[in-house]
Design a protein around this ligand. Structure first.
Ligand code: TTP
Ligand code: MG
Length: 444
């Protein structure tokens, strides 16, 4: 109850915010499993500077199965190998279940998977702060609510978060853990609370009781040194920290002491601010089944081009480069682009250039996914604050209609889902023949 009266967590400036923190589970290992599904359920170790057969490098990440053997991020590969031998090194009597599959970091591939995930996040929230390759905050206050769903004791916000999680799983094929809370620091702790595949919701009135048993190390801003000092003061948990005398903390840690005290009490007035302005605007659409039908491909490119040009116009963006992306099964990504002599806002040109690029090289190619992008953006209004990105995808990407005026809405969709709905009105389905997901991504 105390926290309900704290600024930033209650009604001092409108209703409680709804913040999602999304963090992918063992992300690099999950990406490896995407292209090698036989690694599912097995111990996987991804090494930086690792070469097959060698013992150098460091662990970038390990699958949860490999973590059972004591393998963890930042460990030398040599240590990992002592704890979990390489499957290829096993003798005839060794147990293959107790051996690891070691792979080398392939950042380009992980980035392309991350872009697919981020596209979904931008589709699900108006404000997205990307923190790292596999982590982002979403402010979804305007998309859902803390109210209970009609069907039971779950909040609408929980249904919304479940929908986000399921979209990532279905459309990209990797697992995310999500924390939902009225502020950023609590959402971050919540996403980590039940990994992997977690969904933890901390309602506005529950922040302080949720935080109470959490070790101080997990409070945002507490590093190992501070944790040790706090420990010497008998402060082990966020609850201890919240109950501590603010003056004592301030004497020990200066103004940071007061800040940590407030965080532990569930107070965090940071707002989710978007990450930068886009360098490009793009949209892509996957086919349910790869196709080499040139008219199908052209139709999709036309629709994507119209959508991208439309969004550029609605954001006041001019572009100097028009490009396409062609993904050939399974993961062969081709991009082609044409540079113009100066910035334009010309939907017909986007369509004709994109079609020319497609026809020039890919007319007969079997493709899995197509994308259209405009880049080298310049903005008419330097002050537009919502230019960060992708906003709502509107209806499915490949509606296949013609010229360039306002056919795909950029209006953010209304609140998605109640407790059990996982299918909001706008999932970008396209037609059955093209089916597939449609998402907004940056592919440079
Ligand atoms: P994390 O989100 O910290 O880790 P993770 O996604 O592998 O596992 P978890 O389920 O606990 O979230 O980091 C994301 C990716 O960043 C990770 O897959 C690999 C990379 N990384 C490194 O390269 N080195 C590191 O020391 C860490 C921590 C991560
Ligand atoms: Mg992660």
């Amino acid at each position: 109850m105390a926290e309900e009266t704290l600024p930033g967590t209650a009604d001092d400036d409108g209703p409680d915010s709804i913040v999602l923190h999304v963090d992918m589970d063992c992300f690099y290992a999950a990406c490896e499993r995407l292209r090698e599904p036989e690694l599912e359920g097995k111990p996987v170790v991804v090494g930086m500077g690792y070469e097959p057969g060698e013992g150098h490098g460091a662990v970038a990440t390990a699958s949860y199965e490999a973590r059972e053997f004591g393998v963890e991020s930042a460990q030398p590969i040599s240590t990992a190998l002592e704890r979990l031998p390489r499957i290829d090194d096993l003798g005839p009597d060794d147990d293959p279940a107790a051996a690891g599959h070691y792979r080398t970091v392939d950042l380009e591939f992980y980035k392309s998977v991350a872009a697919d995930v981020k596209a979904i996040l931008h589709d699900c929230a108006d404000v997205v702060r990307e923190v790292s390759i596999d982590e982002a905050y979403l402010d979804v206050t305007d998309r859902t609510a803390w109210d209970l769903a009609a069907s039971g004791d779950r909040t609408l916000a929980e249904g919304f978060a479940r929908y986000v999680k399921q979209r990532i799983a279905r459309e990209v094929g990797v697992a995310a853990s999500i924390g939902v809370a009225p502020n950023m620091s609590t959402a971050k702790i919540a996403s980590d609370f039940d990994k992997p595949d977690g969904l933890v919701v901390v309602r506005p009135g529950e922040v302080r009781s949720f935080l109470a048993p959490i070790p101080v190390e997990e409070v945002h801003g507490v590093g190992p040194v501070t944790a040790r000092k706090l420990g010497s003061l008998g402060i082990e948990t966020a609850g201890d920290l919240a109950d501590a005398d603010a003056a004592v903390l301030e004497a020990e840690f200066g103004s940071r002491g007061r800040e940590l005290h407030e965080r532990a009490r569930g107070y965090d007035d940071r707002t989710v601010t978007p990450t930068g302005r886009p360098k490009s605007l793009s949209r892509e659409s996957a086919f349910t089944e790869p196709t080499d039908d040139s008219e199908d491909k052209r139709e999709v490119v036309r629709a994507l081009a119209a959508d991208v040009a439309d969004r550029a116009r609605s954001r006041g963006a001019m572009y100097r480069t028009i490009g396409i992306k062609v993904v050939v099964p399974p993961f062969d990504i081709n991009t082609r682009a044409t540079s113009l002599s100066g910035p334009v806002d010309d939907p017909e040109l986007v369509e004709s250039v994109a079609l020319d690029l497609l026809d020039a090289e890919f007319e007969a190619t079997t493709v899995r996914k197509l994308g259209v992008r405009v880049s080298k953006l310049s903005f008419a209004d330097a002050d537009q604050s919502s230019l960060d990105g992708w906003e709502s995808a509107g209806a499915g990407g490949a509606d296949g209609d013609g010229d360039g005026d306002g056919r795909v809405s950029d209006e953010p969709e209304a609140s998605a889902g109640d407790g059990d709905a996982d299918e909001p009105p706008n999932t970008g389905g396209g037609t059955p023949s093209r089916g597939g997901q449609s998402s907004l991504v940056e592919f440079d």
